[in-house]
Write a protein that binds this ligand. Structure first.
Ligand code: GLU
Length: 426
């Protein structure tokens, strides 16, 4: 079937009709970006009948379509905060829309555009915007994390009462963890994004920006991640960024706090906070002095152990001169006996190895089984209940400071910025 990217077609499968634009897909399939929600569907070419409705338009740069969202804001209570908030944009879906020429979602909006999208923000605070990057977050690198942390620091130093960072959701937790470790902050630093671009009816832009603005004007002076808390448009969750993970590829409530509850939930309409993590406490506005330590050792790796894996996979990083390794073990943090000599070799070379668990929930515990004890004796450190991604950034940050092997091993298993929960949820 000779259809080309961008052709608008009708597909009939077993008497049911689908309409959409053709996008590149697997051989033997016709792949459509469906009309309406923007979802993608693939059909086996030999099982469907396809009719061309209109041919692809000649490629051109699509005009920017800022959606001034007056409908979503209905019923939202705005109490002016009197605060100065800086919005830093870095790209991601929150700043993107479906480009008509290529049918793909690309970051295109500036911070000014985002403010226009949520008219309610106008009366809420005195906003300043800075467009730092325009990247899909899979293209962010540690150098970007450092630059972003520096911009956040500069804005707070210049008088911002709160910061919002808009970011792609795929790697948001890495950038946010980098900011959390590098910056001691007296004001809230709030990361937010969206799973659905603003040109889609189910977009989470409005809700996430509204909640992020309130959190940035609020009292929790930590690096936070604020996004949809449920599948409805009812509340956002306010996560401690170093304890949050993206858990779903497409749902708007994709982020979940791991090994703790979110710090709070925030009502979308009233902004009211319901605190959930009293046991953990939180840093209050003005409590900490502003400080930045913007360093990272980039030669660090995450290695995942799987049953039967050859230890030479681990040796590779040691031989290539990596300075630190996060090892994702199974269960309580285990790797097979065959890996123990390799762990020992890393310790002899003073390369810190920190063990996390593939289980996601719970803590590592190398004191429970014989394998774990052998790993401990081979010199590895434990992440306890820290997440692989945040402990990876923490390891880069500790090594970046030139600390000794012993000090890095000690601090990696010590709570910093609330990265270990005081309560484990079994
Ligand atoms: N992959 C993109 C990113 O992380 C889109 C996902 C998103 O923004 O939610 O930037």
């Amino acid at each position: 079937m000779a259809f080309k990217t961008g052709d608008f077609v009708k597909v009939e499968k077993d008497g049911v009709f689908f309409e959409g634009h053709v996008i590149p897909g697997d051989t033997g399939f016709i792949t459509l970006k469906m009309t309406g929600g923007g979802y993608v569907a693939g059909f086996r070419e030999n099982e469907v009948r396809v009719t061309l409705l209109s041919p692809a338009a000649a490629p051109s740069e699509a005009p920017k379509q800022v959606v001034r969202n007056t409908v979503k804001g209905a019923g939202i209570q705005i109490i002016p905060s009197g605060k100065k908030i800086t919005i830093l944009t870095t790209g991601g879906t929150i700043a993107a829309y479906v480009h008509q020429d290529t049918r793909t979602v690309k970051p295109s909006f500036t911070g000014e555009d985002l403010l226009l999208e949520v008219p309610e923000l106008e009366g809420f605070a005195d906003f300043k915007v800075r467009d730092v990057f325009s990247l899909l977050s899979e293209n962010m690198k540690p150098a970007n994390w450092k630059e972003l942390a520096q911009v956040i620091y500069d804005e707070i130093k210049a008088g911002a009462d709160g910061i919002i960072v808009t970011h792609g959701t795929d790697t948001m937790t890495y950038s946010a963890a980098a900011a959390a470790y590098m910056i001691d902050t007296p004001v809230p630093i709030v990361f937010t994004g969206s799973q659905r671009s603003p040109d889609r009816p189910s977009s989470d832009n409005h809700m996430n920006l509204m909640c992020a603005a309130r959190a940035a004007a609020g009292d929790i002076a930590e690096v936070l991640l604020v996004m949809h808390g449920s599948m409805s448009d009812d509340f956002c969750s306010v996560h401690r960024a170093v304890k949050a993970r993206k858990m779903h590829t497409s749902r708007r409530d994709t982020f979940k706090s791991v090994n703790m509850f979110p710090l709070a939930n925030m009502d979308y309409f009233t902004g009211e906070l319901t605190f959930l993590s009293d046991y953990a406490g939180y840093a209050k506005r003005g409590e900490n002095e502003l400080k930045i330590v913007p360093v990272l050792e980039e030669k660090c790796a995450i290695v995942k152990f799987v049953p039967g894996a050859d230890p030479s996979i681990f040796d590779y990083y040691v031989e290539k001169g990596y300075k630190g390794i996060v090892l994702e073990g199974v269960g309580l943090g285990h790797v097979s006996d065959e890996w123990i000599p390799s762990l020992k070799k890393a310790a002899d070379k003073k390369i810190p190895v920190v063990v996390t668990s593939q289980c996601i929930n719970g803590s590592t515990s190398l004191g429970t089984y014989e394998t774990g004890l052998a790993m401990r004796e081979a010199g590895v450190a434990e992440a306890v209940d820290q997440l692989t991604e945040s402990v990876f950034v923490k390891l880069m940050w500790l090594l970046g400071q030139g600390l000794t092997y012993e000090k890095v091993k000690e601090l990696i298993s010590t709570e910093i910025k609330g990265d270990m929960s005081s309560m484990i949820i079994d």
